[in-house]
Design a protein around this ligand. Structure first.
Ligand SMILES: Nc1ncnc2c1ncn2[C@@H]1O[C@H](COP(=O)(O)OP(=O)(O)OP(=O)(O)O)[C@@H](O)[C@H]1O
Length: 678
C-alpha cells in the first residue's frame, strides 16, 4: 500500500495579451510558489481590494514556455509507471475555459511535438510492454464524456449518425463492494500504440461531431479517457489490474461571470454544479474525521471516487491563464488546487488470482506429486482403497479399538486414503458411543424429573402415584388439570411471525408483570392438584365406606341395629361430603379467579408489548432506515440477538422506506443490516 497526498502542479498558458503581475519562486524547499500580485484598490475593479499578494504552493509550476515533453516527463510518466506496476492512477486538468486543459491532456492539433499527455502515455506504455518480455500485458480503452450530468460513450460507433441526446446514456451501477461499473460504456482492446491512438482520435472526433456553435461540448463537458491494463507473468496465476484515468474537466468559470443565457446558461449551471460537487467532495476529504463523502451527488465524482481519497495515485494539473482579465479565475483555480493537495490517497496493488490458471497449475502439481509417490513407493495408487486393502485396514482398526492399552497406536502408513478411512471409521464408532451415552443421560433426567414431581406433590399425590403409573381412574383428572394450567400465554403459531413471537417471549420474561403471572400460575397449579387429589380421596373414601358397609352387614343380625348403624354412617358421610363439597367449591372459585387474573395479565402484557413494539419500530425506522431510499431496496434482513442465538427478521418495504420491527430493549442487540440493492 502506498499512502500519499494528491500531487498538484500548475501550468501557465502562453499569451500575447497583457498579463497580470505574477512570479514563480522556485526556491521554497523544492515546492515552488506561484504569486499573484493584485494592485491595492485598483480602479479596474479587482475582486479583492484588501489583499495584494496571493501565494500558492505547488509541487511543480510549468511556466508559459514549458514543453509538452517536460509536462509528460515530470507529471505523467511517474503515474504511468505506477499503473504499469499495478496501481490505479488519475491525472486531471482543472482550470477555466481556454486555460489549456485539452492542450495539456490531449494535445494541440497542429504539431507532432504538441502531443499531450494521453498520446505520450500510450506511446510510452506500448514501448514498455515491448521491453518487458517477462509479462503478458493486455490493454483496453474506454472514453467517457459527461455532458449536463449525462454520460456518453465517445467510442460508440453510432455517434456519427445520431445526435448526442439520442445516444444511449452511460449509467452508473454499484456492486456489493461499492465498486463502480459503467453500463453502456464500451471497452476496446488495443494491441498496439496505433490501435490505441485510433481510439483516442475516434473519441475526439465524436466529441467534435456533437459540437454545434451553440453546443461547444469540448468546453462544457468532462471527458475521461481510461486505459485498463492487466498484466501477468508467464506461468503465474496472479493477474495485476490497474486503471489509468486521464481527465479533461469542463471549464471552471463561474456562471455569474460567464454572461450567458438559454442553453448555454443551463450547461454552465450543470458544469458549475458538478464542479461544485467535486469541490464538496474535496472539502469533505480534506476534513479530518469526516465519514460521509458525497461522491454520489454527481456522475463525475462517482466515476472518480477511487481517484479522490481512494485506491489511486492521483495528480492534478491546474491550468492557469495569467492574463490580467483572468486573475480572479486563476486565483480561484489555485485555491481549489490547495484544497486538493490535502487529500490523502492509499494506492494498493490490484492483484488477483486467475482461478482458471490456478486450477491448471494445481492439477499439474498434483500429477507431479503422484508421479513422485509412485517412484518412491513403487506402487501405482488409485483414488479409492481396494476391497482387500479395506479389509486389512478394518482388521487393524478392530485390534486397535479392542486394545485396552491407552498407549496403543494405529499404524496405517503414509497413505492418505487409509488415514481418511480410519478417521471415518473412528468417527462413526465415537458418534455411536456419544449417542448411547446421550440416550442414557436423557433417560436418567426424565426419571429424575418424575421422582422430583412426586416428591414435591408428595402430600397431595395419592399412594401409587396417579401421575407416574397412570393406572387409577383419578389420574385422568389430574392430567387434565395440569394440561389446562400449562396452556401457553403466547398466541398460537400463525398469529405471530417468528421474530415477533421470539420478541414477545423475551418481552414476557423481562416484564414486571411476569412475576405476578408466574406466581398465579403456580398457585393455580397447586389448587388444581388439591382439587384433583380431593376428588381422588373422596372417591377412595366413598368406595371404602361402601365396601365396609357391605362387608360388615353380613355379621349383623339385628335389623334395627343394622339400620341405625347404617343411618349413622350415612349421616357421617353426608357431613363429610358436605365438608368436602364446600372445600371443593371454594377451590373452584379460587381457580376461576386465578384463571381470570391470568387472562387479564396476559391481555395487559400483550397491550404493553404492542405499544412498545410500535415505538421501537418507529425509532428503528428513524435511526436506521430513513436514509435508505426505498427505490434501491429490494429486500433486507435484520439480524437480532435474543440471548445467544441469531435470528433473522424479514423486513417489509413500504412506500416511504423500509420498516423493521425489533424487540426487547434489554436483551436484543442490533448486529448487522444486510441490504440487497437493485
Ligand atoms: N501551453 C500551450 N502552448 C500553446 N498553445 C496552447 C497552450 N495551452 C493552450 N494553448 C492553446 O490555447 C487554446 C485553448 O486551449 P485549450 O482548448 O486547451 O483550453 P481548455 O482549457 O481546454 O478550454 P476548454 O475548457 O474550452 O476546453 C487552444 O488553441 C490551445 O491550442
Amino acid at each position: 500500500m502506498v499512502k500519499h497526498t494528491i500531487k498538484i502542479s500548475a501550468r501557465l498558458r502562453p499569451t500575447n495579451s497583457p498579463t497580470g503581475t505574477y512570479s514563480i519562486d522556485e526556491e521554497d524547499n523544492g515546492n515552488p510558489l506561484l504569486e499573484f500580485v493584485v494592485p491595492h484598490n485598483s480602479a479596474d475593479g479587482y475582486i479583492n481590494n484588501k489583499r495584494e499578494s496571493y501565494k500558492f504552493k505547488f509541487q511543480k509550476i510549468f511556466d508559459q514556455d514549458a514543453k509538452q515533453e517536460d509536462v509528460f516527463d515530470i507529471i505523467a510518466k511517474p503515474v504511468a509507471e505506477s499503473a504499469l506496476a499495478g496501481y490505479n492512477g488519475t491525472i486531471f486538468a482543472y482550470g477555466q475555459t481556454g486555460s489549456g486543459k485539452t492542450f495539456t491532456v490531449t494535445g494541440g492539433a497542429e504539431r507532432y511535438s504538441d502531443r499531450g499527455i494521453i498520446p505520450r502515455i500510450l506511446s510510452y506504455m506500448f514501448e514498455q510492454f515491448q521491453k518487458d518480455s517477462s509479462k503478458i500485458y493486455t490493454t483496453h480503452i474506454s472514453y467517457l464524456e459527461i455532458y449536463n450530468e449525462c454520460g456518453y460513450d465517445l467510442l460508440d460507433p453510432r455517434h456519427e449518425a445520431s445526435k448526442l441526446e439520442d445516444l444511449p446514456k452511460v449509467s452508473i451501477m454499484e456492486d456489493a463492494d461499492q465498486n463502480i461499473h459503467l453500463k453502456n460504456l464500451s471497452n476496446h482492446q488495443a494491441t498496439n500504440e496505433e490501435e490505441s491512438l485510433n481510439l483516442l482520435f475516434l473519441g475526439d472526433t465524436n466529441r467534435m461531431i456533437a459540437e454545434t456553435p451553440m453546443n461547444q461540448a469540448s468546453t462544457r463537458s468532462h471527458c475521461i479517457f481510461t486505459i485498463h491494463i492487466s498484466s501477468r507473468e508467464s506461468g503465474s496465476a496472479t493477474i495485476c489490474r490497474s486503471k489509468l484515468h486521464l481527465v479533461d474537466l469542463a471549464g471552471s468559470e463561474r456562471v455569474t461571470k460567464s454572461g450567458v443565457g438559454g442553453q448555454l446558461l443551463t450547461e454552465a449551471k450543470y458544469i458549475n454544479l458538478s464542479l461544485s460537487y467535486l469541490e464538496q467532495v474535496i472539502i469533505a476529504l480534506a476534513e479530518k474525521n469526516r465519514t460521509h463523502i458525497p461522491y454520489r451527488n454527481s456522475m463525475m465524482t462517482s466515476v472518480l471516487r477511487d481517484s479522490l481519497g481512494g485506491n489511486c495515485m492521483t495528480t492534478m494539473i491546474a491550468t492557469i491563464s495569467v492574463e490580467k482579465r483572468n486573475m480572479e479565475e486563476s486565483i480561484s483555480t489555485c485555491r481549489f488546487a490547495q484544497r486538493v493537495a490535502l487529500i490523502k490517497n492509499e494506492a494498493v496493488l490490484n492483484e488477483e488470482i486467475d482461478p482458471r490458471l490456478m486450477i491448471i497449475r494445481l492439477k499439474k502439481e498434483i500429477q507431479q506429486l503422484k508421479d513422485e509417490l509412485v517412484m518412491i513407493t513403487g506402487q501405482q495408487r488409485t483414488d479409492n482403497l481396494s476391497q482387500e486393502e479395506k479389509q486389512k485396514l478394518e482388521e487393524l482398526i478392530k485390534v486397535f479399538l479392542e486394545d485396552t492399552d491407552p498407549e496403543a497406536t494405529l499404524e496405517v502408513g503414509a497413505d492418505m486414503r487409509k488415514i481418511q478411512h480410519s478417521f471415518q471409521r473412528l468417527k462413526v464408532t465415537n458418534a455411536t458411543d456419544i449417542l448411547v451415552s446421550m440416550l442414557k443421560k436423557e433417560k436418567k433426567k426424565a426419571q429424575d424429573a418424575i421422582n422430583k414431581l412426586n416428591m414435591e406433590n408428595g402430600e397431595l399425590t395419592p399412594p401409587n402415584s396417579a401421575l407416574s403409573s397412570g393406572s387409577t381412574p383419578n389420574s385422568m383428572s389430574v392430567c387434565w388439570y395440569l394440561h389446562r394450567v400449562s396452556l401457553p400465554l403466547l398466541p398460537t403459531e400463525g398469529q405471530m411471525s417468528f421474530g415477533r413471537q421470539e420478541a414477545f417471549e423475551i418481552f414476557r420474561t423481562d416484564s414486571a408483570d411476569s412475576g405476578t403471572i408466574d406466581d398465579n400460575k403456580l398457585l393455580l397449579k397447586q389448587r388444581c392438584y388439591k382439587i384433583a387429589s380431593s376428588f381422588y380421596y373422596l372417591h377412595l373414601h366413598f368406595c371404602n365406606t361402601f365396601l365396609g358397609v357391605t362387608s360388615d352387614s353380613a355379621n349383623i343380625t339385628e335389623p334395627d341395629q343394622v339400620e341405625d348403624k347404617l343411618r349413622k354412617q350415612i349421616d357421617e358421610e353426608k357431613k363429610s361430603y358436605k365438608k368436602m363439597f364446600t372445600r371443593l367449591k371454594g377451590l373452584k372459585t379460587e381457580i376461576e379467579h386465578l384463571q381470570l387474573l391470568l387472562g387479564k395479565a396476559k391481555m395487559k402484557m400483550q397491550k404493553d408489548f404492542e405499544v412498545w413494539w410500535s415505538e421501537e419500530a418507529t425509532k428503528l425506522q428513524v435511526t436506521f432506515f430513513s436514509k435508505i431510499p426505498y427505490a434501491y431496496v429490494t429486500n433486507a434482513i435484520l439480524y437480532i440477538n435474543p440471548g445467544h442465538n441469531l435470528y433473522p427478521i424479514q423486513l417489509c418495504i413500504h412506500k416511504e422506506g423500509l420498516r423493521a420491527k425489533i424487540t426487547n430493549k434489554k436483551s436484543l442487540h442490533l448486529l448487522s443490516l444486510v441490504v440487497y440493492t437493485t
